[in-house]
Design a protein around this ligand. Structure first.
Ligand SMILES: *Cc1c(COP(=O)(O)O)cnc(C)c1O
Length: 394
């Protein structure tokens, strides 16, 4: 099997598994306890906090452990909303192609009386900093923009947007779940106030992540309970999971440049190969994208059928479409970059991992070509397109 769905989740690294297994045995104590088992767990926890902080340019007390990216996103938005409310600021700026952890939280905040502006991300899937600046108002309490998109992989001009927010005195949150461990992220250089990250997107375990919040930001806690994480994220910490996350992040960070170089080569080879398919198009900017992300639309086919047939050929991929999650709506991200419904339905996301080989890339290209041709051979939409009853868009 070729696993090309790393944007959905990654396989844990051997080192992360070893760390976790070892700590399940050796650091099983409650880090809040005073005796030796607790203190051992506490040490592991604080070491992980320091390691993670140092990778993203933060200090240890600015890192709060969460159950993953979704929780960190929720907490960041709730925090900004609470702080804004106190100052009578109820306007939030975000984009149309954020993760649902952001979009759905914003919908809830809207019901609570917040005014939400969702910026366009244009055809190339990139936000224009000047448009962020123009959208900022007197009552803006937060700008929340993702570092890299999880479907089309486009990387946003975070540093520039951060500088604008700093200048205007507006809090800046970044969902960096797809970026951390894959491309350089530094909260100081990038002018970031709050940042969400998740271990299972960089070869760590699922169900663990972190929220960076710049010193001085008073976090709103989502869960009431004890005094863990200074009362801002209560509940006994997942010590082995957190330590495995730190291990995975250190590893990803140390290998980042080498992995990126290989991935970009493989990504570009994939893009070149898939572009040979007639009436196809790459989604998102060709170069300002994650090293391992390829996302295409093929006219006249259903992404779902494409996935099933690729699966038969031993290729694990994903469709940009949300059909897999039980909805028939096409992906909100593809609609956000201006793809019409019919075209957005025929999408394919390949998020390759650093161990992919050139032979595997060529196999993916060849298989996709065959499957697309096969599906088109009995697609009524394709027949209409070929007969000139419908116009080609791609
Ligand atoms: C995966 C992902 C999340 C959610 O993270 P979980 O740890 O699965 O909750 C949020 N944002 C982006 C961009 C993601 O890719």
């Amino acid at each position: 099997m070729i696993y090309a769905d790393n944007a959905a989740t990654t396989k844990m690294s051997d080192k992360a598994i070893q760390t976790m297994a070892c700590l399940l045995q050796e650091a099983w104590g409650n880090p809040s306890s005073l005796y030796v088992h607790g203190q051992k767990a506490k040490e592991v926890l604080e070491q992980a906090r320091e390691d993670i902080a140092s990778v993203i340019g933060a200090s240890a007390q600015e890192i709060l452990f969460t159950s993953g990216g979704s929780e960190a996103d929720n907490q960041a938005l709730r925090t900004a909303a609470e702080l804004g409310k106190k100052k009578g600021k109820r306007h939030i700026i975000s984009t149309t192609f954020e993760h649902h952890a952001i979009l759905h939280t914003l919908e809830t905040l809207k019901k609570d009386g917040f005014d939400i502006t969702l910026l366009d991300v244009h055809e190339n899937g990139i936000v224009i900093p000047a448009e962020v600046e123009a959208a900022i108002r007197e009552d803006t309490c937060l700008v929340s923009i993702m570092y890299a998109n999880n479907e089309i992989g486009t990387i946003q001009p975070i540093r520039e947007i951060g500088a604008i927010c700093r200048r205007k005195g507006v809090l800046f949150h970044v969902d960096a779940v797809q970026a951390v461990g894959h491309i350089p992220v530094n909260v100081v250089d990038d002018n970031i106030d709050m940042l969400s990250s998740s271990a299972h997107k960089f070869h760590g375990p699922k169900g663990v992540g972190f929220l960076y919040a710049k010193k001085g930001i008073r976090l709103t806690n989502l869960i009431e309970g004890g005094a863990q994480e200074h009362g801002k994220r209560t509940g006994t910490e997942n010590v082995p999971g957190i330590a495995a996350m730190a291990e995975a992040l250190k590893e990803a960070d140390a290998n980042m440049a080498a992995y990126a170089e290989h991935l970009i080569k493989m990504r570009n080879r994939l893009i070149q190969g898939l572009q040979e398919i007639p009436h196809s198009a790459l989604n998102g900017d060709a170069t300002q994208r994650l090293p391992g992300n390829v996302n295409f639309c093929f006219e006249g086919i259903e992404g779902e059928s494409l996935l099933l047939l690729l699966d038969d050929k031993g290729i694990c991929a994903s469709s940009g479409s949300a059909c897999t999650s039980g909805s028939l709506d096409p992906s909100h991200v593809l609609l956000a970059i201006g793809r019409i419904h019919d075209v957005a339905h025929g999408s394919l996301r390949l998020s390759i991992g650093e161990d992919i080989t050139e032979e595997e890339v060529d196999y993916i290209i060849q298989s996709t070509k065959e499957v697309v041709a096969y599906l088109r051979s009995f697609s009524p939409v394709w027949r209409d397109l070929m007969a000139g009853k419908k116009e080609f868009i791609l």
